[in-house]
Design a protein around this ligand. Structure first.
Ligand code: UT7
Length: 337
């Protein structure tokens, strides 16, 4: 086993549903305004999944694009990890459904639950299998259909979220490149701040749980906001330190796209100008575990990230959880391995 194997992202792809819901559209659903939503969150529109689709469909499409981008075929994939809070169903896992959809016949598959931090958790988890020499190519996916678990009568939550998926292929990469360091964290004491109370073993589905709207997202927005503002900068700095770097070395920050004010405060804490920060919360809202790979893909394919750049991914979410990773960007797979 080599602890020193460099593991990086060798391909990335995304899929977002076609249907756009604007803030104006929301004005006719709940008592809100475009002005309030833009001012408090930075969100202008979000994507909504088609009624005949589910999370595994979004995930499979993103996965196929990531495979194409990496120049890898589905049967080369050894493991699929899907980070999601909105699986198609409790079981089978969404990762198994994706495995069947994309015909990744040799891949093991499992889901990972870490809220909006899920993609970074999945990437760090997946990379360990490659470092350990167990697997060579791994698909990590963040995919969500948040619109299916939103209470469309609750203006505190329904304006914030959107649907989408982002996928990345991990492989051994050129030494010195790839994931340089990471930091995963959790504070389960804060679990009540952001949850879907029913549908699990604690509150199995009954007519009463449905009537009480317990199958929708419940969130203490202000508390989550305070936690996010504190943890985003801290988590990024810890990972940078572990990589032997400082905030001054960062070429591009990919923060979880929850709220422009949270993103700005993280940038301020790191003393980063906003032109080094990827922002697309305006177009997609908060897509939970999908937000970081969707933002990363746009930054990579939009030319905001170049070979050799130091890229920091940082997110927070239900759990409570947080996750950060420092990547030296270099898309080449190490063909010697
Ligand atoms: O991925 C992790 C997921 N969660 C998050 O990232 C959420 C983090 N939290 C936030 O982003 C912010 O706390 C929110 C955007 C959710 C709320 O912003 P805020 O500045 O903390 O507003 P607030 O909750 O303090 O509400 C201020 C006012 C309230 O009215 P009153 O009590 O002052 O009369 C709310 O009822 O704004 C009202 N309000 C709205 N008004 C119009 C809340 N939601 C809306 C709305 N439209 N959609």
């Amino acid at each position: 086993m080599s602890e020193n194997k460099a593991v990086g992202i060798i391909g990335i792809g995304t899929y977002v549903p076609e249907k756009i819901m604007t803030n104006k559209d929301l004005e006719s659903i709940v008592e809100t305004s475009d002005e309030w939503i833009v001012d408090r969150t930075g969100i202008r529109e979000r994507r909504i999944i088609a009624p005949d689709m589910a999370t595994s469909d979004l995930a499979s499409r993103a996965a196929q694009k990531a495979l194409e981008d990496a120049g890898v075929t589905a049967d080369e994939i050894d493991l699929i990890i899907v980070a999601t809070a909105t699986p198609d169903m409790s079981f089978p896992s969404t990762a198994c459904l994706v495995q069947a959809n994309i015909k990744a016949t040799h891949a093991a598959a499992f889901d990972l639950a870490a809220g909006c931090s899920g993609f970074v958790y999945a990437m760090v988890t997946g990379s360990q299998f490659i470092k350990a020499g167990l697997y060579k190519k791994i698909l990590v996916i963040g995919a969500e259909s948040l619109s299916t678990i939103l209470d469309w009568t609750d203006r505190n939550t329904c304006v914030l979220f959107g649907d989408g998926a982002g996928a990345a292929v991990l492989a051994e990469t050129t030494p010195g490149y790839g994931i340089l360091a990471s930091q995963l964290g959790a504070d389960g004491i804060g679990g009540d701040l952001l949850k879907l109370p029913a549908g699990g073993s604690r509150n199995p589905a009954t007519a009463e749980t449905v009537a009480q709207r317990m199958h929708f997202v419940h969130m203490s927005g202000n508390e989550v906001f305070k936690f996010a503002v504190k943890i985003m900068g801290e988590a990024a700095i810890k990972a940078l330190k572990a990589a032997g770097l400082s905030a001054a070395d960062v070429d591009c920050l990919i923060p979880h796209q929850a709220n422009i004010r949270i993103i700005q405060s993280a940038a301020k804490r790191l003393k980063l100008p906003m032109d080094k920060v990827m922002v697309n919360v305006n177009k997609y809202g908060n897509t939970s575990a999908a937000s970081i790979p969707i933002a990363l893909e746009e930054a990579v394919h939009g030319g905001k990230i170049k070979q050799g750049d130091i890229v920091v991914l940082v997110g927070f979410g239900a759990g409570l959880t947080w996750a950060s990773a420092v990547i030296k960007w270099g898309k080449e797979a190490n063909t010697n391995c």
